[in-house]
Ligand binder design. Structure first.
Ligand SMILES: [Zn+2]
Length: 191
C-alpha cells in the first residue's frame, strides 16, 4: 500500500486500507501539501460490526440506549416492531435517522420511521437503505479538527476531476468528517 508513506494526508493507525481507496489517498497527499494542510484519514474499510458500534455509541450518547436496548443484542438476531420481524438494531437505527443522524445500517434494511434525508422533501420511511460504501471498501473519511472541515473541503474540491478514482464527497457534520467516495478501479485492466 502506498498511502502509508503520506506526509500530509496521514492515516490514523486503526485505518484499514483497500486496493480502491489506497491509490486515491496517496494521490491526494500532494494536494494537502500544496495547501500546507496536515489532515488525517480516520476511517477506511469498515465491517457490519463497526457500523453497529457507531449506532450503539450514538444511541448511548443521546440517552436512547434504554429505549432501544435490542440494538445491543446480536447483530443478526431479530425482534418485533409494529407486528413485523426486524433486526434487533433496526428500530434504534431508524430512530437515529429520524433524528437526523445519518448512518448506514450494518446490513441492508428498511427504515421503520419518518426520515427525510438532508436536502430531501420525500419521506424515506419504508425504503430499504443499503450497506455503507465503507463496507465495500470504496470509501474513507477525513476527520475534522476543532476548526471544522472547511480547509479539507477546499482541498478535495480542488482535486475533483484531477485525481483518478476520486468520485465524490459528502460533509458528515454530525460525525465531524468529510466522507470520500471512490470509484471502482479495475486494476487488471488499468493502464
Ligand atoms: Zn464515511
Amino acid at each position: 500500500m502506498k498511502s502509508t508513506d503520506n506526509k500530509w494526508l496521514i492515516l490514523k493507525p486503526n485505518v484499514i486500507l483497500t486496493e480502491h481507496i489506497d491509490p486515491v489517498i496517496h494521490s491526494l497527499d500532494e494536494y494537502f501539501e500544496a495547501a500546507n494542510l496536515k489532515s488525517y484519514v480516520t476511517s477506511g474499510l469498515r465491517n457490519s460490526e463497526d457500523q453497529l458500534r457507531i449506532i450503539r455509541t450514538e444511541l448511548t450518547r443521546r440517552g436512547l440506549a434504554g429505549e432501544y436496548q435490542e440494538a445491543f443484542d446480536s447483530i443478526s438476531g431479530k425482534t418485533v416492531y409494529e407486528n413485523e420481524e426486524v433486526y434487533n438494531w433496526q428500530p434504534g437505527w431508524s430512530k437515529l435517522l429520524s433524528l437526523g443522524f445519518v448512518v448506514n445500517p450494518p446490513y441492508s434494511a428498511k427504515c421503520l420511521m419518518d426520515y427525510f434525508r438532508p436536502g430531501s422533501i420525500s419521506n424515506s420511511k419504508g425504503r430499504v437503505i443499503g450497506q455503507s460504501p465503507h463496507t465495500r471498501g470504496r470509501a474513507f473519511d477525513i476527520g475534522g479538527g476543532p476548526d471544522g472541515l472547511g480547509n479539507e473541503l477546499r482541498v478535495i474540491e480542488s482535486a475533483m476531476g484531477k485525481v483518478k478514482g476520486l468520485k465524490g464527497f459528502l460533509l458528515e457534520r454530525n460525525q465531524n468528517c468529510l466522507h470520500i467516495d471512490v470509484q471502482f478501479i479495475d486494476m487488471e485492466n488499468f493502464k
